[in-house]
Design a binder for this molecule. Structure first.
Ligand SMILES: *[C@@H]1O[C@H](CO)[C@@H](O)[C@H](O)[C@H]1NC(C)=O
Ligand SMILES: *[C@@H]1O[C@H](CO)[C@@H](O)[C@H](O)[C@H]1NC(C)=O
Ligand SMILES: *[C@@H]1O[C@H](CO)[C@@H](O)[C@H](O)[C@H]1NC(C)=O
Length: 541
């Protein structure tokens, strides 16, 4: 099913040809995450698996679970409810990863059914011995539109022989534990993340166009923060096709192409007699490329996001406003140089190359670790194709995974990419329930147990079993974890407000300073009070 998109596109266009199919070397690179079996020993080890092109991979993170192979509905094409099967993990148990067999229905439907039955992730076992392929979402299928957008769990395809090993271990009564790991799914060569979005200005192509527009609108804010901060370098791209020489004067190519058949797009309605034509889409795509070029030249590449979202709102096909006049109004309102943009677009009637679109066609061909771009929309992060749902939080996670740990910008640690693991059992980290202080911190990489800073006071420790306030001010917080006691209206404390973070019984007292300090024999309390430097001066605090 992974390759079906290309075939479908070819069918739909009739004559139009994706430029690189001519180049023979067309490559489709499958993006992988690693799957590590941690038990049983007999199949322990790391395997490749191909990330599904829907759902939400945990970029930058990892996830552990127990593999379950259902007794019935092994292909997952029907609702598991009908078989009385549930994959909900019992409290405290590891989440269930459901293994289903390939075949009989869309990949996405299997994942959707498993998610509804409580699965935390899905592994699809290939039924053909072949190299891994990408599980893509079905296109032009109205039944699937309803659920595709609601898939939130990650999924991965495993090869046939590994699938059989898993099944054998499970049927043999072994508990099979695996770790899915997306930490290396995005390379991080430097402190700037480069990413590209292969997009389309067509707003009438059904669920994929709606999803793309929704994403651009949602993601704009984060994209602009990242770009303005110099954390990312973003480039938009547009796919075009060409019309084979023999057909350039045909009616189809004339309506779908500009520059004498050199740059084409499918008719938005797939009907040559009504509405907009393919060439209208090519022209708007070209305009959006030129908006980016001109904005980029003035060192404000992020204006592209404003143009594209404004154009969507102000110039939709539905209202018959998808045209030059409307576009020019948007360009003017954003203060962009219209003359420069027109110059960049060139003459669409000319029987010659357009340098901007030529560059796009060349860029479609894969290079290095990135395969050909065949699926629209496609997001490429640090030269790897992104797989998974095109949704703000998920994409931000993938971009953030492109930074070295600790160099990520603060937007990566914001609510949109938090994993909320701290809500569950405090993430297994240290907690002081009385003071409501915890070492658990949600990040896009999953939770970390890190001793916190509270009111300027640094806590130190392993973050799991202990964190102790240290340094100046530490005695103000839970008395620095030290003994303290009120005697005859005077509070004595074993906390010393210095850097050491130790507890020491005040003069005249003996003990460990944490649990107890006892008065040494025969010291009158009044003397203690006078001698002691340790009398708490902040009895209210
Ligand atoms: C998908 O989610 C939306 C919003 O959360 C909901 O309205 C819709 O019914 C869901 N679709 C299905 C098929 O569950
Ligand atoms: C955008 O500008 C930067 C330099 O400011 C340049 O490196 C980059 O190649 C430009 N991108 C495009 C697509 O022109
Ligand atoms: C503890 O602190 C968190 C935020 O710091 C707050 O949301 C929560 O309500 C607090 N809980 C209690 C019991 O005070």
């Amino acid at each position: 099913m992974g390759f079906s998109t290309r075939l479908k596109v070819a069918n739909l266009l009739g004559f139009l040809v994706l430029i690189f199919t001519e180049l023979v070397s067309g490559r489709f690179v499958v993006e992988k995450n690693s799957l590590r079996v941690t038990s049983p020993d007999s199949i322990k080890g790391t395997h490749d698996s191909a990330i599904g092109n829907f759902g939400i991979p945990q970029y930058g993170g990892s996830m552990a679970g127990t593999v379950v192979y259902p007794k019935d509905n092994k292909k997952g094409c029907k609702s598991f409810d009908d078989f009385g099967i549930s994959f909900k993990a019992k409290p405290g148990a590891m989440p269930n990863f459901v293994l289903v067999d390939r075949g009989d229905c869309f990949f996405a439907l299997k994942v959707w059914n498993a998610q509804n039955a409580g699965a935390a992730a899905v592994l699809v076992a290939d039924d053909i011995a072949e190299a891994l392929i990408t599980m893509d979402s079905p296109e032009e299928d109205h039944a699937s539109e309803k659920y595709i957008a609601n898939i939130t769990i990650p999924s991965a395809l495993v090869d046939k022989s590994f699938g059989e090993q898993l099944k054998k271990a499970i049927s043999g009564g072994d508990m099979v534990n695996v770790n899915l790991d997306w930490r290396e799914a995005v390379p991080h060569p430097d402190d700037r993340v480069e990413y590209e979005l292969w997009t389309n200005s067509n707003d009438e192509c059904g669920v994929k166009c709606d999803m793309l527009m929704e994403f651009v609108k949602d993601f704009k804010g984060a994209a602009q923060i990242l770009e303005k901060g110099g954390y990312t370098q973003f480039t938009p791209h547009y796919i075009t096709w060409y019309c084979p020489q023999a057909f350039t004067i045909s009616k189809q190519c004339k309506s779908q192409c500009i520059n004498h058949g050199r740059y084409c797009a499918p008719d938005p309605e797939q009907d040559f007699s009504i509405g907009y034509e393919g060439k209208d889409v090519v022209l708007e795509n070209l305009r959006q490329l030129c908006v980016f070029k001109v904005a980029n030249e003035t060192k404000k590449p992020w204006v592209w996001w404003d143009y594209v979202t404004d154009f969507q709102i102000r110039c939709p096909m539905k209202e018959k406003k998808y045209n030059k006049e409307c576009a020019d109004n948007v360009i003017r309102s954003l203060g962009l140089d219209l003359k420069k943009i027109e110059k960049c677009m060139g003459d669409p009637e000319a029987d010659s190359d357009n340098p901007v679109l030529k560059e796009e066609q060349d860029a479609q061909v894969g290079k290095g670790s990135r395969g050909d771009v065949t699926i629209l929309p496609t997001l490429v992060v640090n030269n790897r194709q992104y797989r998974g749902k095109l949704e703000k939080g998920a994409v931000l996670k993938a971009l953030c995974a492109g930074f070295e740990e600790t160099t990520e910008p603060s937007v990566c640690l914001s609510g949109d990419v938090e994993t909320n693991e701290c809500l569950d059992n405090n993430g297994g980290c240290w907690i002081d329930k009385t003071a409501n202080i915890t070492a658990c911190k949600d990040t896009f990489r999953g939770r970390v147990c890190e001793c916190p800073v509270v009111n300027g006071v640094q806590f130190k420790g392993d973050g799991y079993t202990s964190c102790v306030a240290s340094g100046p001010g530490r005695c103000k917080i839970s008395n620095g974890g030290c003994w303290h006691e009120n005697r005859n209206g005077i509070t004595f404390t074993a906390c010393v407000d210095d850097d050491v973070g130790k507890c020491k019984c005040p003069p005249g007292f003996k003990g460990d300073g944490v649990k107890s300090c006892d008065v040494c024999n025969a010291t009158p309390l009044s003397d203690l009070a006078l001698n002691s430097l340790y009398i708490q001066s902040f009895m209210s605090g």
